[in-house]
Design a protein around this ligand. Structure first.
Ligand SMILES: [Zn+2]
Ligand SMILES: [Zn+2]
Length: 374
C-alpha cells in the first residue's frame, strides 16, 4: 500500500475525533446520510446522523461504494420480510475514519488504523458460543447482520445504503488494496465471500485441478464461484437459461464441457436447479446448495439414489471471516484475469436510491448497481 495514495484519498478527519482518531463521540460534519427503507411502495426516507458514539471496539467507516445485492431487491419488492425502518445494503467498501478507545483488529490480528481501506462481513458474531467456536460464525447464537436490522436511535449506521457504517465488535474487517477498484471490492462481502465458502465446502480440502465443476446460475455468486474454481485448475461449466449470462460465464472461466461427462462437484447457485444438481452429479460427488435463499417449493429427494451414489449434499449460507479474507486475496491475485471490473453496470448517488433499486430490479439489469454516498 503506497502512503501517498492513502493520504491523497483519505477523507478529512472529523473535527471532534482526537489526534489518533480514537474517541467515543464523533461529530460528523456534514452529518452522515442514510436512506431508510420504510415499506414496500414507499420511497426511502433520508435520515441524517450528525454524531455517533463509538463503543470501545467500534470502527466508523466512510463508505466509498456499496452495491445492490439481489436480496435488497427482494426486500424492497416485499418478497423477503424485513423489519422497518431499516437501512439496507450489505456489500460495501470504505475507509476507516474513527476507532473506539480499545482499538480494533483486521482479520488476521493486525491493528486497524484510521485511513485503512476495508471491506467487512455482513454478519456480526460473538466469537464465544458453540457455533462460533466451531467456526460457524455466520450462525452465531447472538447473530447480528448489517443491512438486516431495524434502525434505532444511536443505531442508524447499520447498512450499506449510507455515507457511513458503524461496525461493532464481532465484525470481520479485511484491509483491501488501494489498487483494486471499488466496484470489484464492494461485492466481496456478500457474493465473492459466499462463492469462496461454497467452493471451499465443495473442495473439502482437496485440490481442484482437473476436477469437473458444474455451476447452476450465472448471477454474481455463480460467476465468482466459476472464477475461483477455474483459478484453481478446475474444469468449470456454468448453466444459466439466460444466453447473455451464459456467454458472460465464459469470461469468468467457464468452458463448454463434454455433455456425457458427469460433474464431480455441482454448485447450485440459483435455487431453481436443485433436482438436476442431485441427479447429474457423479458417483461419490458433492452437491453444494447455496442459491436457495428465498422461499421456493420443496424439491423431492430420492434418498435411495443419494445413498447408492454416495453423494455429499451440503448447504452453505453466508461465510466465515476467513472466507472474506480469502475472497479479497483471490480478487487481488486472480481478479484481473476475469471481468470483475465490469460487474457494476452503473453507479447512482445515494439520494437516488429508489431509482437505483428499480434499475437493479429491471430485466437484463447488470450484475450489480453501485450506490455512491457523495
Ligand atoms: Zn447479499
Ligand atoms: Zn457466537
Amino acid at each position: 500500500m503506497r502512503a501517498g495514495l492513502r493520504a491523497a484519498s483519505r477523507p478529512p478527519r472529523t473535527r471532534d475525533a482526537d489526534a489518533d482518531g480514537r474517541s467515543g463521540d464523533v461529530v460528523l460534519r456534514p452529518a452522515a446520510a442514510t436512506m431508510a427503507f420504510v415499506g414496500v411502495d414507499h420511497p426511502h426516507e433520508p435520515v441524517a446522523v450528525p454524531g455517533v458514539t463509538l463503543a470501545p471496539e467500534d470502527v466508523l467507516v466512510a463508505i466509498e461504494l456499496s452495491t445492490v445485492c439481489g436480496s435488497d431487491v427482494h426486500t424492497v419488492q416485499g418478497r423477503r420480510p424485513a423489519p422497518t425502518p431499516i437501512v439496507l445494503g450489505h456489500e460495501s467498501v470504505g475507509r476507516v475514519i474513527a476507532i473506539g478507545a480499545a482499538g480494533a483488529q483486521a482479520v488476521g490480528g493486525t491493528p486497524l488504523r484510521v485511513g485503512d481501506r476495508v471491506v467487512w462481513s455482513v454478519t456480526v458474531s460473538c466469537g464465544a458460543c458453540d457455533r462460533c467456536e466451531a467456526g460457524m460464525t455466520q450462525k452465531c447464537r447472538d447473530l447480528g447482520k448489517y443491512g438486516h436490522e431495524r434502525i434505532a436511535p444511536r443505531r442508524e449506521l447499520t447498512g450499506g445504503f449510507a455515507s457511513h457504517a458503524q461496525l461493532r465488535r464481532g465484525t470481520a474487517l479485511v484491509r483491501v488494496p488501494e489498487a483494486l477498484p471499488a466496484g470489484v471490492l464492494a461485492p466481496a462481502s456478500c457474493a465473492t465471500a459466499t462463492a469462496m465458502a461454497a467452493i471451499d465446502r465443495a473442495a473439502q480440502g482437496r485440490a481442484l485441478h482437473g476436477v469437473r465443476v458444474r455451476i447452476h446460475g450465472a448471477g454474481l455468486v455463480g460467476l465468482s464461484a466459476a472464477a475461483i474454481a477455474a483459478s484453481r485448475g478446475a474444469q468449470v461449466e456454468v448453466r444459466d437459461p439466460n444466453p447473455k449470462r451464459a456467454a458472460l460465464a465464459e469470461r469468468f472461466g467457464a468452458r463448454a464441457s463434454d455433455p456425457t461427462a458427469e460433474p464431480d462437484i455441482v454448485v447450485e447457485a440459483c435455487g431453481h436447479a436443485v433436482s438436476s444438481a442431485l441427479t447429474d452429479v457423479a458417483v461419490g460427488g458433492t452437491v453444494v446448495l447455496v442459491g436457495s435463499v428465498f422461499p421456493a417449493d420443496p424439491v423431492p429427494m430420492d434418498a435411495e439414489s443419494i445413498v447408492r451414489r454416495m453423494l455429499t449434499v451440503t448447504g452453505v449460507h453466508n461465510y466465515a471471516a476467513g472466507h472474506l479474507a480469502d475472497a479479497v486475496t483471490f480478487l487481488e491475485r486472480h481478479g484481473a484475469a476475469y471481468p470483475f471490473d465490469e460487474v457494476v453496470g452503473a453507479v447512482h448517488p445515494l439520494t437516488h436510491l429508489d431509482a437505483a433499486l428499480a434499475a437493479a430490479a429491471a430485466p437484463d439489469a447488470p450484475l450489480r448497481i453501485g450506490i455512491a454516498p457523495r
